[in-house]
Design a protein around this ligand. Structure first.
Ligand code: FMN
Length: 404
């Protein structure tokens, strides 16, 4: 694995020398990029000596390392030739520039040209870290799917005690190396993922929907693309940026979602149906806005197409993963869904609790398999849950191959 180690201009820059070593000890080839502020804190020579490679400090110097870089447009070459981008320490200023797409130095320009996984380890004074501006930037970067390795609490160089100290370099290296050990185990697979809610119109201005945010489906799409899969994401209306490297098809209604899924089914070797599709809709939507009256109104709704059931019928040898969002009898409902819809696995999701399920950044699920085996996954960020789901998908794929 090849990684860019970007170093920002903070007191903790000296710790990134240990991080460079720790990454190399885990078999990762490291290309160091220093911001000009970082070069005030630690010299390029330190990293050149540690890594045996030329250190990049300037967007315009064309200081390409003869050893690795093949292009005169060095930031593009660095973006293409590396599998991960690690920035430690990520200063408040860098977080702001990354969040808002600035490209005013080598590191930020490389970031924009880079399509792989990004790991950010912020370090700064506690008040700078807790400032709403920094927290908003962190939230933007998290939504983009980047791994934020949160700073630790402790005594800071400025004399304050609180959160802001760079995470332990060995721990950062462990997280990056953990990612690399996953490798590209989904290479060659085309994964069709559905995400988000659907909106079922009642008239031209009103609709019925649900509280799905799409975060789980988008986390699955990101995880799959990082692991080498070709990903088609069919998404209901959500407030999330499109994951990089994923073909996204936007839909609104259950019928549109069904049509898009069936249109792309032939390409897919794995289907993950994480969308919260409406079960009922108005099959004949009035052309004009329904007027308010003093009388009671009732809606007569028809069932929407059962996409998962149709997928189960057309399954062939592809893997089919369903989701079951339940408020009670979680495992029993998931098992019955698995059987009735011909799924290989159902991810059972207890919704309606605080902090997990719909709208949340975290989830706590139970994987229910055909064998009746259940695998509980403890509460964790949706990104981690997505990784665990694909670990299980790989196992299912291997066991099916072995059974043939
Ligand atoms: C002595 C000193 C220490 C600093 N330490 C930090 C720090 O720990 N974290 C941080 O976010 N900024 C810190 N700064 C401010 C950054 O150096 C400044 O915002 C700079 O623009 C960051 O540039 P960069 O993001 O391109 O590396 C420090 C500045 C000075 C002068």
């Amino acid at each position: 694995m090849n990684a860019v180690l970007g170093v920002g201009g903070g007191i903790a820059a000296y710790k990134s020398a240990e991080l460079a070593r720790a990454l190399m000890e885990r078999g990762i080839r490291v290309q160091v990029v220093l911001t000009s502020a970082a070069a005030q804190f630690i010299t390029p020579l330190t990293f050149a000596a540690l890594t045996g490679r030329k250190v990049i400090t300037d967007l315009f110097s064309n200081s390409s390392s003869e050893e690795t870089l093949s292009s005169a447009i060095e930031h593009i070459a660095v973006a293409q030739e590396n599998d991960a981008l690690v920035i430690a320490p990520a200063t408040a200023d860098l977080l702001a520039r990354l969040a808002h797409g600035h490209a005013n130095d080598f590191l930020t320009t490389t970031y924009l040209a880079f399509t792989g996984p990004v790991f950010l380890a912020p370090a700064m004074n506690t008040n700078m870290w807790l400032h709403p501006a920094t927290q908003e930037n962190v939230s933007i970067l998290k939504k983009r799917g980047h791994v934020i390795i949160e700073p630790e609490e402790g005594m800071l160089a400025c004399g304050i005690t609180g959160p802001g100290r760079l995470a332990d370099p060995q721990g950062i290296a462990e997280i990056v190396a953990g990612f690399s050990s996953l490798g590209k185990d989904l290479e060659g697979e085309t994964i069709l993922i559905t995400a988000g809610p659907t909106q079922e119109p009642l008239d031209p201005v009103r609709y019925i929907s649900n509280r799905s945010s799409g975060k789980m489906g988008y986390a699955l799409a990101e995880a799959a693309v990082h692991r080498g899969a070709n990903v088609i994401l069919i998404s209901g209306p959500v407030q999330l940026p499109e994951p990089r490297g994923v073909s996204v098809i936007q839909v609104h209604t259950a019928v549109e979602m069904r049509d898009a899924v069936m249109q792309h089914l032939a390409e897919a070797s794995i289907v993950v149906k994480a969308a919260a599709v409406a079960d009922y809709h108005l099959s004949r939507v009035p052309q004009h806005k329904v007027k308010k009256t003093a009388t009671r109104m009732s809606l007569e709704l028809d069932p929407t197409p059962d996409i998962l059931a149709e997928l189960g019928q057309k399954k062939a040898d592809r893997l089919l993963i369903g989701f079951a969002a339940e408020t009670e009898n979680l495992t029993r409902s998931a098992l019955s869904k698995l059987e009735s819809k011909n799924c290989d696995m159902v991810v059972a999701n207890l919704v309606g609790q605080d902090g997990t399920g719909f709208e949340s950044d975290e989830n706590e699920v139970v994987l229910v398999l055909r064998t009746g085996e259940t695998i509980p996954l403890a509460r964790a960020p949706k990104r981690d849950i997505a990784g665990r789901i694909f670990d299980q998908v790989i196992k299912l794929r291997l066991s099916l191959h072995a059974a043939r």
